[in-house]
Design a protein around this ligand. Structure first.
Ligand code: THU
Length: 131
């Protein structure tokens, strides 16, 4: 059975290093080959050096040699299914087609299913640098 991205994201969220915001986020991605990678936010006393959960999951995927996301899941203890920040929308768009489903979730079980294209319409992409 395919690894449940929701379970992975929920589990990795526990490891988040978020002493400044107190807001732990977990993310998980599945690749074309079916492998899964998870990441959590890692904050820093020098605030801008902190990284998002999605960035961590994507970095783990790339480090393992994979490049194509086919599904993503993001979870936090938020009042509505956690909306990825703008930078993470761009990071997802680098490795996922516009129709890739992204599930946004809350700890208490709310889920919103959206797509990479809906999260970042008109995303800047490699093709925009072609002359
Ligand atoms: N955060 C994420 O990890 N992903 C997002 O898409 C939204 C924000 C983190 C960054 C920071 O550590 C904390 O949530 C509060 O902004």
């Amino acid at each position: 059975m395919a690894t449940d991205l929701g379970i992975l994201a929920r589990e990795v969220r526990e490891n988040a290093h978020a002493p400044y915001s107190g807001f732990k986020v977990g993310a998980a991605v599945r690749t074309r080959a079916g492998d899964t990678f998870a990441g959590c936010n890692v904050e820093n006393a020098a605030y801008p050096e902190g990284t998002c959960a999605e960035a961590g999951a994507i970095a783990a995927m790339v480090a393992a040699g994979a490049r194509e996301i086919t599904q993503a899941f993001v979870i936090a203890d938020s009042p509505r299914p956690v909306p990825p920040c703008g930078g993470c929308r761009q990071k997802l768009a680098e490795f996922a087609a516009a129709d890739v489903v992204v599930i946004l979730a809350t700890l208490d079980g709310q889920e919103q299913h959206t797509t990479v294209g809906a999260l970042l319409p008109g995303a800047f992409a490699a093709k925009d640098m072609e002359s």
